[in-house]
Design a protein around this ligand. Structure first.
Ligand SMILES: Cc1ncc(COP(=O)(O)O)c(C=O)c1O
Length: 380
């Protein structure tokens, strides 16, 4: 049933330029990757983020899988990641034979806790995954120091973090590899899509080969070889021309989309801070080093039962709110493929009491949503 008053949790961003770009692809009549729009997206990302290379992919899941392949893991190598994460964050490494080491998160950001990482290191540790939850950067100073000290790679799961920054540097450019998502639930979208930033030049050539089904087809397109041949393992990670055309329209307006989301995020903060000060809810605390991108406005309520009650209460008022990750270490695959190391002080408790409020490009209902939350607590 259509509810005209419904405030959905998400509306995929549309800038208005997508149709023209899609029409240009139709007119040209060529749809595979390697055309002008996929080339322009890669070039745009490379230039915007100032990285040695940037490759668009069919999803962030695939960008993470490319990053995991580039880490060249051996069976039994260990990868440390937050348990409060998406399945793809873990699967990418499990597919390469790595053991997953899940650790706790920090309550203010729900990002991986560097002290928990330090305590979980073993001689088999090879990679730390920095997932920037809600577009708020992890404590990268601490994670990079650990990586340097122990010779580890950092893969940034920046699925939610395009245009977010840490000490003025863009998320996605801080680790060895950075992975973005352009799924329709993300700030910038093309339905399904992603990108891998390669931040160290020695990985560029192999990344291009893995990206193109294990061949040197990218070099062939550039006229550097006469024929392309099978060079290495790889898969079909490339993004086709229609999705690339759609994506370019979003990239070009990315700053405007981000600014609009940040406006709504700040409104939530203004309207809900009094409720937090009264102790009814908790709200995000963005560390000083971080400039976030307004991807998620979350609140934490007392416990799981209050979370369910509030979701139901908001639903009755035509407002969609949603919980987020179920901890990976307690999921069936997580129990099989990894283990939680250290104390689970925050992950299980806070994942069951966190909920996300509606927020999207063009959103204008923060006041109405906040008023409903306040009414739930009897505060008007
Ligand atoms: C942190 C994180 N990583 C990876 C993904 C996977 O992204 P995609 O749907 O583009 O594969 C998601 C999806 O929501 C995510 O939240």
């Amino acid at each position: 049933m259509n509810d005209p008053k419904l405030i959905p949790f998400n509306r995929p961003a549309i800038t208005g330029a997508e149709e023209d770009y899609l029409a240009a692809v139709m007119k040209r009549g060529k749809f595979a990757a390697g055309g002008p729009f996929s080339t322009r997206c890669n070039a745009w990302l490379k230039e915007e983020f100032g990285t040695p290379d940037a490759l668009t992919t069919t999803s962030c899941t695939h960008a993470l899988e490319m990053a995991a392949l580039l880490c060249d893991l051996e069976f039994g190598d260990e990868v440390i990641l937050p348990s409060f994460a998406f399945s793809s964050t873990a699967t990418a490494f499990a597919r390469c034979g790595a053991r997953l080491v899940f650790v706790d998160v920090e309550p203010a950001t729900m990002n991986i806790d560097p002290e928990a990482v330090a305590a979980a290191l073993t001689p088999k540790t090879r990679v730390i995954v920095a997932l920037h939850y809600g577009g708020v950067a992890c404590d990268m100073d601490a994670l990079l120091a650990l990586a340097r000290q122990h010779g580890l790679l950092i893969v940034e799961d920046a699925a939610q973090a395009i245009f977010a920054e840490y000490r003025g540097a863009p998320c996605g450019t801080l680790g060895t590899f950075g992975c973005f998502s352009f799924h329709e639930t993300k700030n910038l979208q093309c339905g399904e899509g992603g990108a891998l930033l390669i931040n160290e030049p020695q990985y560029v050539q192999r990344a291009e080969i893995i990206w193109e089904k294990g061949t040197d087809r990218t070099r062939f397109y550039r006229g550097e070889v006469d024929k392309y041949t099978w060079q290495d393992i790889g898969s079909s990670f490339v993004l086709g021309e229609l999705n690339s055309a759609f994506l370019l329209a979003q990239l070009e307006r990315g700053q405007e989309i981000t600014a609009d989301r940040l406006r709504s995020w700040r409104q939530y903060l203004k309207y809900l801070r009094p409720l937090a000060e009264q102790g009814c809810i908790e709200i995000p605390r963005v560390p000083e080093a971080c400039r976030h991108n307004g991807h998620i406005f979350w609140i934490k309520v007392r416990d799981a039962s209050e979370q369910a009650d509030l979701i139901r209460y908001l639903k009755k008022r035509s407002i969609q709110s949603v919980f987020h990750y179920v901890p990976l270490h307690s999921a069936p695959a997580g129990r099989r493929l990894g283990r939680f190391v250290g104390q689970d002080r925050i992950t299980t408790r806070d994942s069951s009491r966190l909920l996300r409020l509606p927020l999207y490009y063009g959103f204008s209902e923060a006041a109405r949503v906040a008023e409903a939350v306040r009414a739930f607590y009897g505060v008007t």
